[in-house]
Design a protein around this ligand. Structure first.
Ligand code: ADP
Ligand code: MG
Length: 640
């Protein structure tokens, strides 16, 4: 398969080959040792001085150099948390926020959620004592709505800035503004990529602090011809590496596009290694993706057992957000799932697209962190050179901006059209967003935030979903509507459809359908029946419902209930008035309505387009005259 090699000639290997003697040490001391071997450690004092001397500092350092885990600790040790002020560190990904907070709390020898905590949408693991707070960028954005000078923070570190999520981009504009009048606030923008000048320019020529990486050379291998089935090619490559290289010489990291692909790859790898049996060394398979249950996430960091090899099946999350030690081989099929938005139709979707050159290089770089590595690109060198964009387009230029505009219309923020964007979104997308918010009565005809809009902005949800909740006040069914909103927020994983039992599962699912009232009411029925069964797990098994998803829905529902008061909505239950419940739903979702045509198909109203009812929907048999729909793609990671 090898067609080309790249050496990394000018990256010098550091002389750090010592003979180690292992002595059992108390945990914190062991961690201290580990902390002191990170590249960032030798710059600790310089770094603290630079932060002291400047209000805004751009920090650039290779993934794994210790930015995320160490800088907040250094600042804490240097007294920045005196008087209970917090150091906030934002992450574009929930898993990264959780996992890094867990790691730092261990390094500091404190319980997670006390001095070190994290805050992600619908999950707040912080306390009065918390001084180091890891959070998603979206959460800090929401905190800004409540505390527009971020007074609880002495330092805000916008980490993984190169990811350029919408929330990070908006935060840039907001913190830049705050830093101008809050002279005591320190602002750190940290990134894993080298083009830091752009950040520096944006932040009024802020100085750039570079942490030289410690990188080993790595080879890049391309395929001779394009791969028809990249997933299969990835699996074959993993097995080839595993059987041809001695176990113990290094682990494998594979970049896949999402949970589905990861689960498929896991299944096939398990099947094929089982067939090879004891002829090959053990292959420990570790998946990692955003929705992986927390208890399983830590597995990727566990040391590989002697004589075995670990293969990590990851989404983009392992590109720069998480560093896994011991990776020697990277397998890169060259794709990722990306949001894409069509301002004409207002449709947002998640599409599998080729990655950018910058992404491909980050991925390859993961192989040379703890020793010389190899990256297998499952595409041709021609494809790399000619087809891939240099950089990924910032999310703000390819997303639905309704939420952004709602936030930017909040008191204390300037007109979105005048907002200081690092890369402005298309004007058409901004207009579309304002138009939708106007239709939802969140903005008035002058484009100002209305009372409805203000109440909507209390909910960390898609505006149509927030509007549905606000409308439930009028229709006196908030109790039911927040259950529906919670069930919708969990995503697509409520119903369980195990292999070999699909018919039973489908029948169980049909039990929740009330003729002609639609899937929202079915979700409500699932939730209320579970509640009647005292939230029993047994009940879930019997009804082919995923317990874990239901527990998540219950958590989310509790939090939404807590937010009702802030939005001045009374908690009222009205379970039998399905019409009232449907009216509240339609108040939020009417922009997504479709009408039955004579030919038995549906046509959307706003931007006429032919659509179908999904066969799993309870409405697929009945074909009502009018339906409202919800786009599935919005259950991705944003808005946090
Ligand atoms: P950076 O932010 O510069 O990419 P990090 O601070 O995330 O670097 O990582 C520094 C070191 O801490 C790495 O060697 C990484 O393996 C380790 N580390 C980070 N998070 C965890 C975790 N959750 N469990 C174990 N080790 C971790
Ligand atoms: Mg980091």
């Amino acid at each position: 398969k090898v067609t080309m090699k790249f050496g990394s000639k000018n990256r010098k290997r550091k002389q750090d080959d010592h003979d180690f003697v292992f002595v059992k040490m108390p945990d914190r001391a062991a961690f201290r040792n580990e902390r002191e071997t990170l590249p960032i450690y030798s710059y600790r004092d310089d770094l603290l001085r630079a932060i002291n001397d400047h209000r805004v500092l751009i920090i650039v350092g290779e993934t794994g150099s210790g930015k995320t885990t160490q800088i907040p600790q250094y600042l804490h040790e240097a007294g920045y948390t005196a008087g209970g002020k917090m150091i906030g560190c934002t992450q574009p990904r929930r898993v990264a926020a959780m996992s890094v907070a867990a790691r730092v709390s261990k390094e500091m020898g404190v319980k997670l959620g006390r001095e070190v905590g994290y805050s992600i949408r619908f999950e707040d693991r912080t306390s009065e004592k918390t001084v180091l707070k890891y959070m998603t960028d979206g959460m800090l954005l929401r905190e800004f709505l409540r505390e527009s000078d971020l007074a609880s923070y002495s330092v805000v570190m916008v980490d993984e800035a190169h990811e350029r999520t919408v929330s990070t981009d908006i935060l840039f504009g907001l913190v830049k503004d705050i830093a101008r009048f809050r002279t005591d606030l320190k602002l750190i923008i940290s990134s894993a990529t080298l083009d830091a000048e752009k950040f520096s320019d944006y932040f009024d020529s802020a100085p750039i602090f570079r942490i030289p990486g410690r990188r080993y050379p790595y080879e890049i291998h391309y395929t001779k011809a394009p791969e028809a089935d990249p997933l299969d090619a990835a699996i074959v490559t993993v097995l080839q590496i595993h059987v041809s290289q001695p176990p113990g010489d290094g682990d494998i990291l594979v970049f896949l596009t999402g949970q589905d692909e990861i689960e498929t790859a896991e299944e096939i790898l398990k099947y094929r290694t089982r067939r090879l049996g004891s002829k090959i060394a053990e292959l420990v398979i570790c998946p990692i993706y955003a929705n992986l249950p927390t208890e399983l996430q830590a597995k990727i960091f566990e040391p590989t057992p002697q004589g075995a090899r670990k293969v990590v099946l990851a989404t983009n999350i392992a590109e720069t957000s998480l560093t896994i030690d011991g990776i020697k081989y990277v397998v890169d099929p060259g794709f990722s799932k990306m949001k894409s938005y069509n301002p004409r139709t207002g449709m947002e979707s998640l599409l599998v697209r080729p990655i950018s050159k910058a992404s491909a290089d980050q991925r390859a770089g993961r192989s040379g962190r703890t020793g010389p590595g190899k990256c297998f690109r499952l595409y041709t060198v021609h494809h790399f050179c000619n087809d891939l964009d240099d950089n990924t387009v910032p999310e703000i230029q390819r997303t639905n901006l309704a939420n952004v505009v709602l936030i930017l219309k909040s008191p204390g923020i300037k007109d979105p059209h005048k907002f200081d964007f690092m890369d402005p979104p298309p004007t058409e997308a901004l207009l579309k967003a304002s138009e939708l918010l106007y239709a939802l009565s969140a903005l008035n005809e002058h484009g100002e935030l209305t009372k409805v809009g203000r109440r909507m902005s209390e909910f960390p949800l898609d505006p149509m979903l927030s509007k549905m909740i606000v409308a439930s006040d009028k229709y006196k069914c908030s109790h039911e509507i927040i259950s529906i909103a919670a069930m919708l927020s969990v995503g697509n994983s409520i119903f369980y459809r195990p292999k070999g039992k699909q018919v039973h599962a489908d029948n169980a699912r049909l039990n929740f359908h009330v003729r002609d009232v639609g899937d929202h009411i079915a979700l409500l029925k699932v939730y209320s029946s579970w509640k009647e069964a005292d939230f029993s797990s047994q009940w879930c098994y019997e009804n082919y419902i995923q317990v874990r998803s239901m527990k998540k829905a219950r958590d989310i529902r509790d939090q939404l209930e807590g937010l009702l008061k802030r939005a001045e909505i009374e908690l009222i239950s009205n379970p039998n008035d399905l019409d009232a419940i449907k009216k509240a739903i339609v108040s939020g979702y009417f922009p997504h309505s479709a009408r039955l045509q004579k030919n038995g198909l549906y046509r959307t109203v706003k931007h006429p387009q032919r659509v179908y009812i999904h066969p799993t929907s309870g409405l697929a048999q009945g074909l009502p005259r009018w339906v409202i729909y919800r786009l599935r793609s919005t259950c991705g990671k944003s808005p946090n």
